[in-house]
Design a protein around this ligand. Structure first.
Ligand SMILES: C[S@@+](CC[C@H](N)C(=O)[O-])C[C@H]1O[C@@H](n2cnc3c(N)ncnc32)[C@H](O)[C@@H]1O
Length: 280
């Protein structure tokens, strides 16, 4: 066979093998790690309605579980920082804050709320950094938005790597009791700017999936005769306490303390919300 024919055949086989490899390995990995940006459409709503009460709830727990252990000016990463309200409260206490979120729109509000904070538009499952933090926090059931255990373990692993030795990771996650008792809103009405909206929440015990749905009706003109309807959906996964513990241990955490809001923190309204304090 002429030499250039052998070369052509070799190149063809080589390129085909590469393509097969890309299809088998590359594409699924990319699809799994697409940056989470599902809060973009509700960032304005979240900033107006939910940020403040969630900040109060989170700061009550952080001031009890984390702040007493921190040195002044400690470096803290707020993972899934959203609109940055919690970071702003910690910044006001003198801590050096960095915020990470997958939603560019949530980060636009975070920029307004804490102008001096370094912000990273990244996914919690895949972020990498050479910086080391004294603490990482992830509040208001952010981690329940990760729909697969593999992704949750990846996020815990990245957090473990980002911590200094002895550093603490504090987060909360919803356990099943919380979804069963609280995620059954049939239709709550709300007004937002010049629009009106409804939201529902539900929980499926078989799939262990929680779903929030929003419908927003905005007038197309001053007469309010024609309305534009926009709709969004957010989902969460309910992990068992054993799954969460296993994922933390797989990531490297050995010292793990869990506080269930009602039983351990005297917070009946948040029964089923569990606060984790892990140390590297
Ligand atoms: C319920 S909000 C909590 C925001 C903030 N921690 C708070 O307490 O107000 C959840 C946030 O997690 C972010 N998020 C969810 N999954 C993410 C992921 N895989 N990577 C980065 N951000 C994510 C969302 O964009 C959203 O801002």
């Amino acid at each position: 066979m002429p030499k250039n024919m052998t070369m052509k055949r070799f190149s063809f086989i080589y390129i085909s093998l590469c393509l097969v490899l890309v299809l088998l390995v590359g594409l699924p990995t990319q699809a799994q790690t697409k940056r989470y940006d599902e809060y973009d459409p509700i960032a304005d709503f979240y900033n107006s309605f939910w940020s403040k009460p969630l900040e109060r709830l989170a700061m009550g727990k952080l001031n009890r579980l984390l702040v007493p252990k921190l040195k002044p000016k400690a470096k803290i990463l707020d993972l899934m920082c959203g609109t940055g309200h919690i970071a702003a409260a910690l910044h006001a206490q003198g801590y050096q804050m960095t915020g990470l979120d997958g939603s560019a729109k949530m980060l636009e509000f975070a920029k307004q709320n804490v102008p001096s904070m370094e912000l990273w538009l990244k996914d919690a499952r895949t972020f990498e950094t050479r910086q080391k933090f004294d603490a990482v926090i992830c509040m208001s059931d952010g981690l329940n938005h990760i729909m697969q255990l593999k992704g949750l373990t990846q996020a815990f692993t990245q957090v473990y790597k980002a911590l200094k030795k002895g550093g603490r990771f504090v987060f909360d996650m919803n356990w099943e009791q919380r979804y069963i008792k609280g995620w059954n809103i049939r239709g709550a009405r709300f007004e937002f700017k010049n629009s009106e909206g409804i939201f529902t929440s539900s929980y499926n015990r078989n799939t262990r999936q929680g779903t929030l749905k929003f419908w927003l009706y905005s007038p197309m003109d001053g007469s309010k005769k024609t309305w534009k309807r926009t709709q969004w959906e957010l989902t969460q996964h309910c992990y068992t306490p054993a799954q969460i513990k296993q994922a933390l241990e797989k990531a490297g955490f050995k010292k793990i303390t869990v506080y269930e809001a009602a039983q351990d923190l005297d917070d009946q309204r948040n029964a089923g919300r569990a606060y984790y304090v892990c140390q590297k």
